[in-house]
Ligand binder design. Structure first.
Ligand code: ZN
Length: 362
């Protein structure tokens, strides 16, 4: 059971206390409202995102001299409003926020960090690799290189011309949502940090995002896991140009690494905190095994990635969903190819995959 103190602050009556402050009013913000307060004063803020995910979880932790924020969200007006309302309601002055910590470089976690740094004057921490990737994907200059490389890769794997154009526009539309970029300091595997009574060890995992950081308080058995493990939804595994050559392998390896920790409550990047880390990790592993088996079936006759992607995920995908679906399909086919289950025919464009043998779990 998730222990939830003062659960659903929106249901608190006026006059109840948070952190010594009296909640004076109840507020809601557009569509996905709410924040929740958990044991040790951990506040989970549902920061809206304009994607099917609906919200990303930002967290507020008490520090001796102020507050720490984990993952501020995407740079949109509604994110800014959401934080403004929560700060106001919990009587947190922006200047009291002295650390912003990012689990990984994806726009829905990283995008608002620069704005929040300017607003609060706080330090921003993330992994060195994550910082490099954020710069490469989402800065106007090198972002264009990445957009180009991604669209060229998708084209070689069968993405039709009209969808390539839409994809290009779609990727460019992210630049303002991740601007300004923050000045960052680096936090790496093994480093420890404190937020009030909570004492965290930093763990680095890859597969969903390279050098994605996870924070664990072993004594209190709680973990902030970002997007590496999510309840109810499956974290996306993307094969991207010039990045991890086998991201699904990295993902599954690091899933085992996280599942080896004894924790009672996990605070994820999306959806609700959950308790059953080992069982959820096992479900995710089984999901990928099934997906690998299905993909082999889909390349009994030669097929390109776009064809497999549509057969796997359906035809009605938005361009946003199509980007993730193409990269996810590639991640699985690359995994199978590296282990000799499928062959990639590169003699003509688009490249085509073909089954060599059935998939067996290793
Ligand atoms: Zn992510």
């Amino acid at each position: 059971m998730v222990t939830c103190v003062d659960i659903r602050v929106l249901n608190l009556r006026c006059g109840e206390a948070y952190n010594g402050h009296i909640v004076k009013q109840r507020k809601e913000y557009a569509k996905v409202s709410a924040y929740h307060i958990y044991e040790h004063g951990i506040v989970r803020v549902k920061v809206p995102v304009p994607f099917p995910l609906r919200w990303v979880n930002g967290y507020i932790l008490h520090d001796d001299e102020g507050y720490v924020i984990i993952d501020p969200g995407l740079h949109t007006e509604s994110s800014i409003q959401a934080w403004g309302m929560v700060w106001e309601e919990l009587q947190i002055a922006p200047q009291q926020i002295n650390k912003i910590i990012l689990t990984h470089h994806h726009p829905d976690h990283y995008g608002l960090a620069g704005w929040m740094q300017q607003r609060t004057g706080s330090e921003v921490y993330m992994s060195r690799t994550g910082h490099g990737l954020a710069q490469r994907m989402w800065s106007l200059h090198s972002g264009e290189w990445m957009t180009d490389a991604l669209c060229r890769m998708f084209a070689a794997h069968g993405l039709p011309q009209d969808k390539q154009e839409k994809m290009r526009e779609h990727l460019r539309s992210f630049y303002p949502l991740v601007s300004p970029h923050p000045e960052v300091r680096y936090l790496e595997e093994g480093e420890e940090w404190q937020a009030g009574s909570l004492h965290f060890q930093t763990i680095s995992v890859s597969g969903h995002a390279d050098q994605h950081l996870v924070f664990i308080d072993q004594e209190r058995k709680l973990m902030f896991c970002g997007d590496h493990v999510l309840p109810r939804i499956t974290p996306n595994i993307s094969y991207l140009p010039d990045e991890d050559a086998d991201p699904l392998h990295a993902y599954l390896t690091d899933l085992d690494k996280l599942a080896s920790y004894d924790v009672q409550i996990v605070f994820p990047g999306h959806r609700d905190p959950f308790t059953n880390l080992q069982a959820r990790a096992e479900e995710l592993r089984r999901h990928h095994v099934k997906r690998l088996q299905k993909m082999i079936d889909l390349v009994q006759s030669p097929a390109n990635v776009y064809d497999v992607c549509l057969a796997m995920f359906g035809e009605g995908l938005s361009i946003h969903q199509l980007r993730f679906a193409m990269s996810e399909t590639l991640a699985h086919l690359v995994y199978l190819r590296r282990r000799g289950y499928v062959h990639m025919d590169e003699t003509g464009l688009p490249y085509r995959f073909i089954k060599i043998r059935d998939y067996r779990t290793e």
